[in-house]
Design a protein around this ligand. Structure first.
Ligand code: MN
Length: 314
């Protein structure tokens, strides 16, 4: 078993913990956290040291070396290129935005939408009440999604269903990588759709640092589109990202309804205690493997549901 040790800033270690939140295991004494993926066991310490062990520790560590603060920088290596800062003018001009939904929900797929908004549409869409989908009720999301489709706004929507999601996860893909590849394809599909139409830039609602995003693309031989920018909480700045967030959430809700019909009971959003109980009921009724069709099975909810059933037996 090979291993690799690197030093990282507290900020990067926080990001790691977030990225690995669904695969955390018991940390040994003195460690901040330990996570286990298909390719490596990752243990982070307060000192900033992070230990990668397992089948492919170098590959796992490579996801993070691009963060630029590791203690093992190669002499003469190029520092990661920092994205140009977004000119806030961009948000008032014709641009593309992308956002995803379903990543924190145990049940249901991940959906990603990329949307093209023309300069003339920016104000009208704002007046329509389009904003961050997290701030809007489900009923209003559906109504707004209808308004958006009425206006013939070009968009591309991708749905990563649970079976495929679980398959990729078991093949060693992190959720971050899935998101990055989905965003990429949604944007590429949209660029094909709009052809030569002018746009000032592409705004991705940031879920990992730009170098990590680029590494994910590079691992699948893909390249970042020109004029791509990353912005945290982008829904609050970009009407294209806000519109994408609504299209993605509406699609997620729609998929949840379809799955609920299939399973004959109403699937719950989120990843809380009620979700554990519902997962337990599904395991009891249809067997554990059936969860692969409805849920992101690597979330801790699966183990909690099984423990719940075991305790019931006692
Ligand atoms: Mn987002």
């Amino acid at each position: 078993m090979s291993q690799k040790v690197d030093n990282y800033s507290q900020e990067t270690i926080e990001k790691m913990k977030k990225e690995y939140e669904h695969v955390l295991v018991n940390a040994p004494p003195g460690a901040l956290f330990r996570a286990k993926t298909k390719q490596a066991v990752i243990t982070a310490y307060k000192s900033g040291k992070v230990l990668f062990q397992g089948n492919a520790p170098l590959e796992e560590a490579a996801k993070w070396t691009a963060e630029g603060d590791t203690g093992t920088k190669k002499a003469g290596g190029h520092p990661p290129k920092i994205m140009d800062r977004i000119d806030s003018d961009l948000y008032t001009k014709s641009h593309i935005g992308s956002d995803e939904s379903g990543t924190g929900d145990y049940f249901g797929p991940i959906t990603v939408a990329a949307v093209y908004i023309k300069q003339e549409q920016v104000e009208t869409l704002k007046q329509l009440g389009i904003q961050d989908s997290k701030k809007i009720t489900d009923a209003n999301i559906k109504a707004l999604a209808k308004e958006i489709t009425k206006r013939a706004i070009p968009y591309s929507l991708l749905v990563l269903h649970n079976q495929k999601y679980n398959h990729l996860q078991q093949a060693g893909w992190s959720q971050g990588k899935m998101k990055a590849i989905l965003h990429h394809h949604a944007i590429q599909n949209l660029l094909k759709k709009i052809g030569d139409t002018h746009y000032e830039g592409i705004v991705i609602d940031q879920f990992c640092t730009p170098p990590v995003y680029k590494n994910y693309l590079a691992s699948e031989q893909l390249k970042l589109a020109n004029k791509t920018f990353f912005q945290t909480k982008a829904e609050s700045y970009s009407i294209a990202v806000a519109t994408a967030s609504i299209i993605a959430r509406a699609s997620f809700l729609n998929e949840m309804e379809k799955l609920s019909k299939q399973i004959g009971s109403s699937l719950l959003k989120g990843a809380g205690k009620q979700v554990d109980k519902l997962a337990a009921a599904i395991i009891q009724k249809e067997g554990e493997t059936s969860l692969h069709n409805y849920a992101k099975v690597h979330f801790a909810n699966t183990q909690k549901a099984k423990r719940y059933l075991e305790n019931e037996k006692l």
